[in-house]
Design a protein around this ligand. Sequence first.
Ligand code: ADP
Ligand code: MG
Length: 401
Amino acid sequence: MTGPLEAISPRDPAHGALPVTAMSSDRVAGFSRWLTKRPIGEKTVGIVVRSLSKKYGTFQAVKDVSFEVPTGQLVALLGPSGSGKSTILRIIAGLERAENGVVELTGEDATAIPTQNRGVGFVFQHFALFRHMTVRDNIAFGLKVRKLPKTEIKARVDELLELVQLSGYAHRYPTQLSGGQRQRVALARALAPRPKVLLLDEPFGALDAKVRDELRTWLRRLHDEVHVTSLFVTHDQQEAFEVADQVIVLNYGRVEQMGPPQELYENPRSAFVTEFLGSVNVLKGRLDSGGTVVAAGLPEPAVHLQGPGENGPVSIYVRPHDVELTHHRNGAPTWEGRISRITPLGGFVRVEVVLPDRTDVRVQITRDRFNELELNTGEPIFLVPKDLKVFFENEPNSYVI
Ligand code: ADP
Ligand code: MG
């Protein structure tokens, strides 16, 4: 799980760190209107994708995908590599054609509109700045193409430079910037022509972990200021959770589930989503016809269902922080095991427990709880699972509990 957003301390911009400045609400509203020119109170959906399908040769890369990005939201398209994220983004931008389906941008059918007239801003993973142009000229590029008056271009670029916190960098060339700064220029360039929607394809994917982390926080704050409808592609669950209002999980070209991050985390509707959204233990088990789920090799039932129903082999999922450890059975369904390894991780401690059937279960408890329990490797211990997700093994999309 992701923690709360961490504050970035203001540091010297010359060293590539991100000074965070607060904007007054007047200025925020000004930026917001300036970027989107959206009449106040207008209610259209920023992006609508309906029944999108795309084949490459005989390979079906996108399968009947439908979703909506509400106006002003930042939505993440999350999935493993090859799940069709970039293809969907490229179709929305008009860079790729779908065999089937409709794309609507701010209420207009854009399916047949050429890319340059769709009003989309695009930021790619790999820095796509013009190397021979300064930061200022890069940002101004789309405005010059549109033949805006020079004074207007200058004013707009100045505002954007301030927005992406690169005011002192206008005359530098891309090679004189850090990777994170280049991506901020790319973002300013994409925002310059006031796009209706902003599409970001793994924009921080090529940066190192620390810079990526800072940029996520920065992007989230920037989005809170400008509210441009944005679709953000990533394969990184934590990144999606940190930046997005809502997350769409893709797998093999299909939408597995969508919703606010916490809702997906708490109520995953498939084995794939459960596994993809964070570290989880998987135990083999059975659902018997009496409605009881039992983990293989363990005497205790894991959970009782309300009544008899389907039965068969199941996979039982339990997250490391959803298991309590105790020295004594306490009446709740409890599994007995032996501690095989203890790993302190700052404020938490990871305790690995081996069950009688040799299944390893990872448990994460707070440092305080660890000290209270006085645990030692090799000792017997009881596990009390607090929250389980159970799926039929042969139908991983059919949720048992
Ligand atoms: P993602 O961005 O989620 O990693 P992509 O949308 O790039 O996935 O690709 C989805 C699938 O389509 C992958 O299996 C990829 O190999 C395939 N694919 C993407 N672009 C092409 C192409 N131009 N020609 C053939 N196959 C492609
Ligand atoms: Mg991709």
